[in-house]
Design a protein around this ligand. Structure first.
Ligand SMILES: C[S@@+](CC[C@H](N)C(=O)[O-])C[C@H]1O[C@@H](n2cnc3c(N)ncnc32)[C@H](O)[C@@H]1O
Length: 455
């Protein structure tokens, strides 16, 4: 219970508490899985994985034999994510490696799904990271990201603030806006980038766009004893005790000044933020605090064009990337870059691109073919004898046996399980291409996954 990482120096440590396990309704994740076609995903990449919260939640929607690789620039999180996966009996399906989102350490066309949650809000150039995510996705593969609009959150006040002075609410919104501009100007990401993603996906040439919103509210109504309320209350009390307004005092001040705010201004805003945080804590202790909770969180997905799908309409796409030499030049860690897009500064969605944005569950006639229907190296192996299998992706040639279950487009699961190896991160000289400890399709693995679904 709580956050074992709070106060650590690594990125986002104060936000890796148990509350993160309760950010989603499980039935909504299942719905997202159906909309995005995740049941056909066998290899997934979780970019900016942290300690693995998102990847492990979404992993429940993937094919039962799926592998998930998490990549994060913090060595600390890579190590802890692997520990957490092992503790949940998922070690055979999950691997974690260190690397930056701007230069993902994987070959082109490696994954069926490339995903991230609350990562693009932290990078200097989210469009560049999106291009990198697309690069490592297979043709026809899915790019799916979940990112918030935190500005909206500033207005989602609790019952007392909502009934209080209008000036307090407006001042809190101003504090949030100025800080978010400062964070972006410092190259640390646009904290409300969720708002800009559909246009960014369209500009990147992704097809079959789907845009929806996390339907999770986190209502806090006394006695706050639901399994998902307790960690939230604990986190709020902890933030009040450690005097976290929006972020810590120093972080908030740094962002505020970088966003064009003045010192005197900041002192007044900070005093108000702390007063509200402390008041909320007092009300929680007294059992009088009430809020609907939740965030405005966007879920945006698209498919990488499959060969032969034709160039998608819309704005010109960036030129193809030239490979490792160019990628080595990318700014590490996403800091110190040219700054993220200014909030509200998105290009407008061109009509052609807007046509490709689909209502959830809708179908676009120009969509890339669904993953399950597209020809894949695996499907080709199933149909023809001895097809060279993913040589470029995993860094070594591999021959797949032609044996398949009769009538199936895929090889028999046992063949899949035996013939797989983990993708080898670039630059990793040895020891990274390991077989899963447990064959991914084994009955024990399935039992574990089944059990996780009902938690
Ligand atoms: C808010 S956390 C999200 C963690 C995880 N996606 C989740 O939702 O639980 C942001 C994560 O992104 C990582 N990160 C930030 N910028 C990154 C970058 N440029 N490359 C790789 N990882 C990055 C941080 O280290 C941190 O673990």
């Amino acid at each position: 219970m709580g956050n074992e990482f709070k106060g650590e120096a690594a990125h986002s440590a104060d936000y890796f508490g148990d509350t993160r396990d309760h950010w989603w309704n499980r039935d909504y994740l299942k719905l997202l899985g159906e909309r995005w076609g995740l049941g056909a995903v066998h290899e997934a990449l979780d970019v900016g994985c942290g300690v693995g919260h998102w990847g492990m939640l979404l992993g429940e929607q993937l094919s039962p034999d799926a592998w998930v690789i998490g990549v994060d620039r913090e060595a600390r999180w890579v190590e802890k994510a692997a520990e957490r996966a092992a503790a949940r009996g998922l070690g055979g399906h999950y691997r974690y490696v260190q690397g930056t989102a701007e230069a993902l350490p994987f070959a082109d066309h490696s994954f069926d799904l490339v995903t991230c949650q609350t990562v693009l809000i932290h990078v200097a150039d989210p469009a560049a990271v999106l291009r990198e995510m697309i690069r490592v996705a297979r043709p026809g593969g899915i790019i799916a990201v979940c990112e918030p609009n935190n500005l909206a959150h500033a207005m989602m006040a609790d019952a007392t603030t909502f009934a209080g002075p209008v000036d307090d609410l407006v001042a809190m919104l101003r504090l949030q806006m100025v800080c978010e501009r400062g964070k972006a100007a410092l190259g640390e990401g646009n904290n409300s980038v969720g708002q800009l993603l559909p246009a960014m996906f369209a500009d990147a040439g992704l097809l079959d766009l789907k845009v929806s919103m996390n339907d999770r509210a986190v209502p806090l109504v006394p006695p706050y004893d639901a399994v998902w309320q307790r960690p939230m209350v604990e986190e709020m009390l902890d933030f009040a005790e450690r005097e976290y307004g929006l972020w810590s005092h120093d972080e908030t001040r740094r962002y505020y000044l970088a966003g064009g705010g003045g010192e005197g201004d900041f002192a007044a805003h900070w005093a108000l933020a702390l007063r509200l945080v402390r008041r909320a804590a007092d009300e929680l202790r007294a059992g009088t605090y009430r809020v609907s909770g939740g965030v405005v969180g966007y879920c945006v997905s698209g498919r990488k064009a499959a060969p032969g799908a034709g160039a998608p309409p819309g704005p010109p796409r960036p030129p193809p990337r030239a490979g490792a030499a160019r990628r080595r030049g990318a700014a590490p860690g996403g800091r110190g870059g040219g700054g993220g897009p200014a909030p509200g500064g998105s290009a407008s969605l061109p009509q052609e691109a807007a046509d490709r944005v689909e209502a959830p569950g809708g179908v676009d006639g120009r969509s890339a073919r669904p993953l399950s229907a597209r020809p894949s190296p695996r499907g080709a192996a199933a149909r023809g004898a001895g097809v060279r299998w993913r040589a470029a992706r995993w860094g070594r040639a591999r021959r797949r046996p032609a044996s398949t279950e009769p009538g199936s487009a895929r090889p028999a699961p046992s063949v899949v399980a035996r013939s797989r190896a983990w993708p080898t991160p670039r630059g990793c000289r040895r020891g990274c291409a390991r077989r899963p400890a447990r064959p991914p399709g084994s009955s024990r693995a399935r039992r574990i996954r089944g059990a996780l679904r009902v938690i």
